[in-house]
Design a binder for this molecule. Sequence first.
Ligand code: DC
Length: 227
Amino acid sequence: MTVNIITIDGPSGSGKGTLAAKIAQHYGYHLLDSGAIYRLLGLSLFHRQLLDQLEHNIDACVQVATDLDIQFQGSEQGLEVRLEGRNVSQEIRTEIVGEYASRVAAVPALRAALLQRQRDFAQLPGLVADGRDMATTVFPQAKVKIFLTASAESRAARRVKQLQTMGVDANISTILANIEARDKRDMERSVAPLKPAINAKIIDSSDLSIAQVFEQMTIYIDQCLSH
Ligand code: DC
């Protein structure tokens, strides 16, 4: 039996995470939040004071990536994420850990070290994989490929709302500048840059609600899976 794989790639704030979780639940599939893996590696390298040595001490950094002790578990509050047994679900969603992740993600040897770990999530009956290079690099054989995007302004507005619900004060122009800088780094890196796969369906969520995107996605996925 083949494992059905649905990839959902796109920039942060496009609604990928929320949609990927809903789609996985709808089809009863497993969920891979690959961004969380990059965030966990960033946090782990920071704790080990290796984050500033990505270039000079790459062997040690690759070793950390290879040995990364992480666990994912669905919970009522969403995805519970553990690093070395410690619940870091909230910590990895902070801006600063996003910044660590983006630095880690630009290093080819670290991406390579995380590849198999991501592929191991592909288990029956199927997988929804959320990230930047799910369709282009990690699961090029995926049956369904979706690229979810949105304007930088609407992503910044969503992020501010999200931070406010977490009780964090947020300044929209700072957030927008961060988003634009991260997009640039993610799109311009030489390895696995953020770009739609040639056969991906592109959905722009700027002016759509989550329910509207969900509907568009399920119609498309049902079509692909029935072939
Ligand atoms: O989706 P996210 O914001 O949690 O991702 C965190 C960072 O990791 C972001 O800078 C992009 C990077 N990333 C990546 O390069 N490849 C992935 N498959 C997932 C995330």
